[in-house]
Design a binder for this molecule. Structure first.
Ligand code: HEM
Length: 507
């Protein structure tokens, strides 16, 4: 009896797997023969490749415009053609407006209220409300806070680097600390200096978020690939610690500000305006979040504010830190670019009354090209993802993408494809100004209505850190040009062995 049962289970599993893994074949799409049981994720789970590089390898394995792949057992469509990818994100947005990441309002309000995860109309309404948080007026008003964090970074480096001679510094560590303190001060209004005080609230949250524990890997995979399992975990009460810690900080700070009528120039204050008034103040000098009528219903819950702040942290921390550190690394490889960047920073400040101001930073045009070229070669997110929300027929083809199908666009693949970017491994800021590339393929901040809401802020913060670095230190040239080796773990692109750059003090 037992043997019969075993044979039945085995046979059913065999046919289920065979059926699942013939999905793309049955739909007539070009496909990659899956490697059972993890398919494209095989090298990721064996720790031989990061998620982004595993997808890059598949991107490079074919010339097809679209390719059916499997993430474990889930059929996913990899879009390889730049124009089609861009059209999916823009022209055909109505058929691809969600990300297909699991959200559960009832059981996980702390995370599900985040803009990145929301779907359909919920996403649209929140996006409209949040767009005014990131205008240049608001960024300008918060600039002093960002600059203070930049100065703290310089103080730290000054203490590390000898007065004479150079010292090798691991830039990702330095810039991650910079990025964390931006979140702490410009987002949450916390008075912290993580460069000298390594045990503050926000660093503790950061450790929790970044800990690559078994639990976080399982939950991350389920959110993307197996929503019903994720739902079950939530129903069983399996909660992540970091959102709860963030909720406590947010609640404490909101209550304190409301009781003591404190208003500060930070993101939390803007979110409090949304909560109490239903919209962000038009006037960039008015930061008050006081409701007109005290008894009016709140327009936004503390949970939604906390989930968006944690999302801002997740979306902004690694992307900003890696963009700055990869730029510093590439500047150390290209003497002409380094000299131009130094001159650009110095001259922009001179043009603005010798002040390191928001306007001066905006005027650092060459530095901006450097940052954009870095986001080309090392996109902060190696992939973009969407879910097909209504059946979609591919242009000039009979193939139909069925509603519910996850879509992946490999930014790393497109940005390093010589068909779109000649000599792609060469880091050349001028290719951006000379438009020496295929514009459809360049999407470092995503595209369409769901592109990065904080693109302007990410660029300003990166420029502040780099400009301060260039003003205070010499970046020593690498004697031999060397490509960074990408680490075999994580979703964002990380450098194996860190990003090491030799710095010396400027006399
Ligand atoms: C250099 C820095 C940054 C890079 C390269 C970057 C890149 C990206 C990319 C590629 C996306 C996906 C866009 C798409 O799917 O079309 C995205 C989305 C997003 N980013 Fe950024 N980002 C950066 C900085 C930030 C910062 C500082 C924040 C914090 C506020 C942030 C918040 C977000 C949010 C909330 C979304 C989701 C938008 C939505 O779904 O409506 N990003 N970012």
């Amino acid at each position: 009896m037992f043997l019969l049962l075993l044979i039945a289970v085995f046979t059913l599993s065999f046919f289920y797997i065979k059926w699942t893994y013939t999905y793309w074949q049955r739909k007539g799409f070009p496909f990659v023969q899956p490697k059972i049981p993890f398919a494209v994720l095989d090298p990721v789970l064996k720790r031989e490749a990061s998620f982004g590089t595993a997808i890059l390898d598949v991107y490079r394995s074919t010339k097809e415009k679209v390719l059916g792949i499997y993430l474990i057992t889930r059929p996913v469509l990899l879009v390889r053609d730049a124009q089609l990818a861009r059209d999916i994100l823009t022209k055909h947005f109505e058929s691809f407006h969600d990300r297909g990441v699991h959200v559960d309002d009832e059981d996980d309000p702390q995370l599900s209220g985040g803009l990145f995860f929301l779907k359909g109309q919920d996403w649209k309404s929140l996006r409209v409300k949040m767009t005014p948080l990131f205008t240049s007026g608001k960024l300008k008003a918060m600039f002093d806070t960002v600059e203070d964090v930049g100065d703290r970074m310089i103080n730290y480096l000054n203490a590390q680097i000898p007065d004479v001679g150079a010292k090798e510094m691991e830039m990702r560590h330095v810039m991650s600390t910079f990025a964390i303190d931006i979140i702490a001060s410009a987002f949450l209004g916390l008075e912290v200096n993580s460069f000298v005080e390594p045990n503050n609230d926000i660093l503790n949250i950061s450790r929790k978020v970044n800990e690559p524990t078994f639990g976080s890997v399982v939950r991350g995979t389920c959110q993307m690939l197996f929503p019903s399992l994720e739902k079950l975990f939530l129903r069983l009460g399996w909660r992540e610690e970091a959102p709860e810690m963030m909720r406590k900080i947010v609640k404490r700070t909101i209550e304190m500000r409301e009781e003591q009528n404190i208003s500060r120039k930070d993101m939390l204050q803007l979110l409090m305006q949304l909560r109490n008034k239903g919209q962000v103040n038009d006037n960039d000098n008015d930061w008050s979040a006081k409701a007109v009528d005290k008894n009016t219903m709140k327009h936004m819950t503390i949970e939604t504010i906390a989930s968006n702040l944690i999302l801002f942290y997740v979306a902004g921390y690694e992307t900003t830190a890696s963009t700055i550190s990869f730029t510093a690394y590439e500047l150390a490889q290209y003497p002409e670019a380094l000299e131009k960047a130094q001159r650009d920073v110095r001259e922009a400040i001179e043009r603005h009354d010798n002040k390191f101001s928001y306007e001066a930073v905006q005027d650092m045009k060459y530095l901006d090209l450097c940052i954009m070229e870095t986001t080309r070669k090392y996109p902060g997110l190696p992939i973009l993802n969407r879910e097909c929300t209504q059946d979609f027929q591919l242009p000039d083809s009979d193939l139909v993408i069925k509603s519910g199908t996850p879509i992946i666009i490999s930014l790393l693949g497109l940005h390093r494809d010589e068909k779109y970017f000649p000599d792609p491994m060469r880091w050349d800021p001028e290719r951006i100004s000379q438009r020496n590339y295929e514009p459809a393929a360049f999407m470092p901040f995503g595209e369409g209505p769901r592109h990065c809401i904080a693109q302007r802020m990410g660029r300003v913060n990166a420029k502040v850190a780099l400009a301060k670095l260039l003003l205070n230190f010499n970046i020593e040239l690498n004697p031999v040009r060397k490509e960074i080796e990408i680490a075999n773990f994580g979703v964002p692109i990380m450098a194996k062995g860190g990003i090491n750059v030799r710095l010396s003090k400027r006399t």
